[in-house]
Design a protein around this ligand. Sequence first.
Ligand code: PLP
Length: 384
Amino acid sequence: MADFDTRALHDGEPVPRIEGAVTLPIFQTATYSHTADEPLRYVRLNNSPNHEALHDKLASLTETDEALVTASGMAAISSTLLTLLDAGDHLVAPETLYGGTLELFDTLLPRLGIDHSVLPAGRPSAWAEALTDDTTVLYAESITNPLLEVPDLPEMVSFADAHDLVSVVDNTFASPVNLRPAPLGFDVVLHSATKYLGGHSDVAAGVVAGPSSLVEAVRHTLTLTGGMLDPHACFLLHRSLKTLGMRMRRHNATAASVASALADHEAVDQVYYPGHPSHPHHERARALFDAYGGMVSVELAPGADPEVFFDRLTLPIRAPSLGGVESLVTQPALTSHRGLSPAERQALGITERLIRLSVGLEAPDDLVADLRDALDASHSAAAR
Ligand code: PLP
């Protein structure tokens, strides 16, 4: 198998190139002419040349049989779960999932008669008690938000295999550069491609990847729910995938520098980065991941003022989402976890002083200097 970077450029590209175009053009058409013998091509059927090239490239990069692009990460998650689960079924998952996914479990799935149990992430083998005769799916994330925990993924796969569950993992935070869950044994791999795969904070997209039979079934659901990716968005995602390896290596390296620099700052109580030796799951991450990603969270020291920190920053932009070229910064208590009560947040270890940083592609020294300056300011404000 060629290197990831080579596959990102060449796999999935049409041979021969269409009209010799080195870059696959955008097929900005909803429908295609056909003869009596030809299959129908229509944009909602996910079979335009833009879709097909992307599907093959993503199957290669995720090391799966087949991949499907969707209109967003949530479209990937919802169409997968609506495919795998029938009325009366039950799924198990750790409690530390993306908020939108938990809301789907709590609101939409119960209306369809689908039940779930969310469980402490610590020991998946202890989840047997939560299983019912109707449990069919195990759902997880390979790195969690915002404390960047790494669950025991091999134990989850063994548990799913032992209990005949379809295992589904959202690999958004890791990206296929740092972790490929399919060779670990997960059945279905999902991505919000709005994050690292798109990589420029300019497109919403999702990916479902796995064995052909499952991906084809999800594709059928997607054609019925209409959550296909538009051809222009396909083009943006396709273009971004060509630089995914390079971008991730830079995100990985800069995040590691940022984590080390911030760990020593007096305004910081704790740094959360799976690549940092202080992270509780560092050893597990080291065993499973090629690198640790571009997300770093920090718990400011007591008294340090988050608003002063945000006001003083000049490079990271205060905005939700992650994985783009510009660094983004959020306060999870006010963004991703605002729907929880303070007590619920406390139980998950998410305080008002927790800051989440999506490390972009700025020069590492400039970014570290900017963050240090903002931390100095938040600390002096506390001392006054
Ligand atoms: N999965 C994870 C881990 C996410 O962080 C997000 C969004 O933040 C999603 C899925 C949903 O992705 P999208 O916003 O593309 O629908």
